[in-house]
Design a protein around this ligand. Structure first.
Ligand SMILES: Cc1cc2nc3c(=O)[nH]c(=O)nc-3n(C[C@H](O)[C@H](O)[C@H](O)COP(=O)(O)OP(=O)(O)OC[C@H]3O[C@@H](n4cnc5c(N)ncnc54)[C@H](O)[C@@H]3O)c2cc1C
Length: 370
């Protein structure tokens, strides 16, 4: 059967777009690698988060706001279609500041965002709270924490359940999935797009590269930049502990099963997604500084994963001029943006108006003028 779209990459970005396109009636095929592939979607922190987004590019903060506003209906819809509980909550979140300098810098950044964007001035709600004021949101917060920015927009989910739900919902809508089918090359032939794989060539009318770091090699084959690089993050997890009514933070959050998920490292380590003892130690020390009660908690897991980073850290939504009908989609906030990727972004791809609707995110911003 003729396919409308090939999606290269079955991570959270590719699957959100696949789901959005299939929901709009498109025939979609997804090609993905094996389980040993680099996959940020299986190693992230699960935050649906607005704070910290768009510093230097307010449009990204606005997009994140759109995404978190769409998230409750998105989560409800996925759960209704698949029965998978995403453990999604949006009760607000706190981005901690360990010292006064961090607190000053953060507040200045948010004020600047609101000066340049009238929409953010109206809609981005946040407040700096000193450590004592944060205690109602974060019981037992350590005395060596200065404070943090609180915002009602932020939330969290179980990112593995999100991925599972996207797969289940997409299959239910008739999406064809080819796992363990690495794409070796992509090309346009006779007006159609062809992905060459060890299983043979697979074709469709249009193609979306959503291959995370794989965009580096695949996107340029279709005149797209694929300007991404790896940035490692390490995460450690404690044993299950009694649930406490508290808000998530990017530094630490308690998951629905009781474990504390700790981690926000940003390391240039090439394609090495390993765990290092010094980072595990640093994360554990930070966790105890934030919540001294964790000093006796046992660690049960640690992992590293590679972020998909663009040169400026903002999403990359590219439509090829050389090969119309080919798109490249990258971002380092694929959980937060999932509701948007399945909604407005999938619609813009379907209507072929990505460059018009989201010009700020095109790859052209990375071109060096002659
Ligand atoms: C430590 C860490 C914490 C994070 N925390 C958060 C957070 O709290 N909230 C948030 O919103 N985001 C977070 N992120 C970012 C988020 O995980 C990523 O934005 C998201 O997972 C990117 O998804 P992706 O589908 O683009 O990439 P990936 O998950 O890397 O998926 C790419 C897929 O493409 C496939 N692929 C690649 N090349 C090929 C090929 N040639 N042929 C076929 N398939 C191919 C791969 O096998 C893979 O399945 C975090 C990331 C990390 C590393």
């Amino acid at each position: 059967m003729r396919q409308d779209f090939l999606i290269v990459g079955g991570g959270v970005v590719g699957m959100a777009v696949a789901y959005g396109l299939a929901r709009a009636g498109q025939r979609v095929t997804v090609l993905d690698e094996r389980d040993d592939a680099l996959r940020a979607s299986r190693g992230n922190a699960g935050l649906t988060w607005v704070q910290g987004k768009g510093i230097g590019m307010p449009r990204y903060a606005e997009l994140s706001l759109d995404a978190v506003q769409a998230w409750p209906a998105f989560a409800e819809e996925l759960q209704a279609r698949t029965g998978v509980d995403l453990q999604y909550e949006r009760r607000g979140g706190v981005d901690l500041c360990l010292d006064a300098d961090e607190a000053e810098t953060r507040q200045a950044e948010y004020r600047t965002l609101q000066t340049v964007s009238p929409r953010l001035a109206r809609e981005f709600e946040w407040q700096y709270l000193h450590r004592d004021e944060l205690l109602e949101h974060l019981p037992g917060l350590g005395e060596r924490v200065h404070g943090g920015t609180w915002s009602p927009h932020d939330g969290h989910c179980n990112p593995l359940y999100l991925l599972r739900a996207l797969y289940a919902a997409s299959l239910d809508l008739g999406v064809t999935l080819h796992p363990a089918t690495p794409v070796q090359s992509v090309a346009r032939r006779a007006g159609r797009f062809v992905a060459t794989t060890p299983r043979g060539d697979i074709e469709a009318e249009r193609i979306v590269i959503a291959a995370g770091l794989g965009a580096q090699t695949l996107a340029p084959m279709l005149g797209l930049s694929g300007a991404v690089r790896p940035l490692r993050g390490q995460i450690i997890v404690t044993e299950r502990l009694p649930l406490i009514d508290q808000l998530p933070t990017p530094q630490i959050r308690q998951t629905a099963s009781g474990g504390y998920l700790i981690g926000d490292t940003h390391e240039d380590a090439g394609f090495d997604k390993g765990v290092t003892l010094n980072m595990v130690n640093a994360l554990a020390a930070k966790a105890v500084r934030i919540f001294p009660r964790l000093s006796q908690a046992r660690l049960v897991r640690a992992w590293g994963a590679l972020r998909v980073m663009t040169p400026d850290g903002n999403p990359l939504y590219e439509a090829s001029k050389a090969c119309p009908g080919a798109y490249n989609i990258n971002c380092h906030s694929g959980i937060t943006l999932a509701a948007f990727h399945a909604g407005d972004l999938a619609r813009a791809i379907l209507d072929d108006c990505l460059s018009q609707d989201f010009p700020q995110f095109s790859g052209e911003r990375f071109h060096v003028p002659a």
